[in-house]
Structures are given as C-alpha cells and as structure tokens.
Design a protein around this ligand. Structure first.
Ligand code: PSU
Ligand code: MN
Length: 307
C-alpha cells in the first residue's frame, strides 16, 4: 500500500470484504460550518452511515498521509483548530510534504476515495462554476475531479453562490453523469428547485447502482453526481437565502475575497445573515444525502458481489 495513504482498520476490512463504504469530506467540517455544529454533524454523519449498514470513511490529510477514515481525535482537531488547510488536488502534494492538518474538499476527497476503491461519497453541496467566471475564471476543481474519479457523489445540488446553468454545462462537457434523485430538476441546495431540467432521473438506489456498474464495467473514467433535493420540510425560505447570497457576493467583492477563500467566506456570511437558519437546513440536507449515499453503497456492493 502507498505510504501516503492511511486506511482506517474498519475501512480496510470493509473494502477487503467487498462491504459498502461511504466516503465523507472534511472541508465541510473545517471550513463549511461553525464549531461545535461542525463536529456534531461530522459524528452524526458517521453514525448514520453505520446505521444504514455501511462503514464511514471521513477523508482528511494529517502527518504526511491521506487518511481514509479519521480517528475521533482527528475529527475533533479538524473541527476546532485554526489554520487547517483546505486541500484540493493542487494543494495535496504540499499538504503531504509539509505534514499539515488538511481538510479535503470534494475534489480532494474524491482523490482519496478513488485511490482507496470507495465508490460512493456523500456531502452537502459541490463546488462549480462561480458567478462572474468570465472575469475570474473561477471554476472549482470539483468538476474536473468528478470527471476523473470513479465515484458517485451524492449532493443536494449546488448553492446559487454559483452560476448553476454554467455548472451544469461544465459537468456535461466533463462527462459527469448527473442524475436527479426522484426529481427532474437540478436542486439548489437550500431549496428544492432551480428551474433547470436534468437529462436523467433515478427513483431508487438500485437504479443508481446499476448505472454505476454499467459505466465502470465499460471502464469509463469519471463518476456521477446524484442530485438529491433537500426534504420539503427542511427547505429554507428561498427569498431569505437569495437575499443572503446576494449580500454575501457583494460583501466578498468589496472585501476583495477570491480564490479558495471565496466559498468558505460566503458560507460563513450566509450562516450569519440567516441567523442559523441556513446552518440548520445545511445539516438536514447533508444527513439526507448521507442516508441516500449509504443506500446506494449497499446496493452497489450487493450488485458487485452478485456479478
Ligand atoms: N459548497 C457548500 N458547502 C461546502 C463546500 C461547497 O455548500 O462545504 C466546500 C466543499 O468542500 C467544496 C468546496 O468541495 O467548498 C469548493 O470550494 P471551491 O469553490 O474553492 O472549489
Ligand atoms: Mn475556486
């Protein structure tokens, strides 16, 4: 095994036995939510994966290794320490070489999952094409990574801090199979609708698992984005969220926030402006995605064992 890859013993055993494993990201813990809600959420997500019959693998970087499955101590450090790196593909080599504590984004987490052979990864929202891209060229590394890694990402779509139509175009160009889960529309994170129609829809976990098997039996590179709308009862008031996002974008512009700082800045701004309403919705939708990701991982493991 690669010396830069550290598999948690539970994850190693599950993978060796062909049992379902669900990858979880750590940027959402270190940079996506405030303390202590972030730590409570991280623990709750691991609990939900186990409850659904799979093994959780929260992915992060520490001590010169990519950890596939974090210890309780590491989760706590990621949630509470200052100066945790935000690690996407371009940051990974230096984060390993300098032995820093690093939280992996969707793109960083996909690298770890793919290297370890984990086929499903559940999170909240993905990065994508930012508004104002023609000026900034800001397109998240999440997109090219979904085009490379053989992993299905379960998310509630993307926040309208992004340019959602352009994000879907970029996903199409990259060959990422976007599947609406029990929906014909691309969901917009806090809200169920974006007005953007998706080309494909799945209504149960086994349909998703069969599509995964078909893509990877052909040895096609890249994965899936399973777009799972936030449950109706937890959806935020669209106008409240939209106002907060617009204000956040304006504040970021005048403060000159850009690059990797932009997304965490906006997430924090929106949390503060909505006085925790967005955080509550965020937690609920991630839990919902993790439950679906677990069901998909269970189905996919069953299919693979049968074939
Ligand atoms: N969007 C969210 N919550 C998040 C993120 C995005 O609603 O926590 C995080 C994810 O880790 C994602 C990263 O991979 O931000 C994207 O950052 P950037 O836009 O800098 O690529
Ligand atoms: Mn960016």
């Amino acid at each position: 095994m690669n010396t830069h890859l550290h598999l948690h013993p539970d994850v190693r055993t599950a993978l060796q036995n062909g049992e379902p494993v669900v990858a979880l990201e750590s940027t959402i813990v270190a940079h996506g939510m405030p303390y202590p809600a972030n730590l409570e959420t991280a623990r709750q997500l691991e609990f939900l994966v186990r409850e659904g019959g799979a093994t959780p693998a929260t992915i992060a970087v520490a001590n010169g290794q990519m950890h596939i499955g974090c210890s309780a101590d590491m989760l706590e450090s990621l949630a509470s320490e200052e100066g945790v790196w935000k690690v996407s593909r371009r940051d990974l080599p230096m984060a390993l070489a300098q032995k820093v504590l690093g939280a992996t984004t969707v793109s960083g987490t996909l690298i770890g999952a793919d290297l370890a052979g984990i086929s499903v990864f559940a999170t909240g929202g993905i990065g994508g094409v930012h508004r104002g891209v023609s000026e900034t060229w800001d397109i998240s590394a999440d997109i090219p990574e979904m085009a490379r890694a053989r992993v299905a990402v379960v998310s509630a779509g993307a926040k309208s801090i992004l340019d959602l139509p352009k994000t879907l175009e970029a996903l199409e160009t990259s060959g990422v199979s976007v599947l609406g889960y029990q929906t014909d529309e691309f969901p917009a994170f806090f809200v169920r609708e974006s007005g953007l129609t998706l080309p494909h829809r799945c209504d149960n976990a086994s349909q998703v698992a069969r599509a995964m098997q078909a893509k990877w039996d052909l040895e096609l590179a890249g994965g899936f984005l399973v777009a799972n709308p936030i449950p109706e009862e937890h959806a935020a008031d669209p106008s409240l969220v939209q106002t907060a996002i617009e204000a956040g974008l304006e504040a970021a512009r005048s403060a000159g926030i850009e690059g990797k700082q932009l997304t965490p800045y906006l997430l924090q701004f929106i949390n503060e402006v909505t006085e925790g309403a967005s955080l509550k919705a965020n937690r609920k939708l991630v839990e919902h995605n993790v439950a679906l990701g677990t069901a998909i991982a269970v189905e996919y493991a069953r299919l693979k064992k049968a074939s």
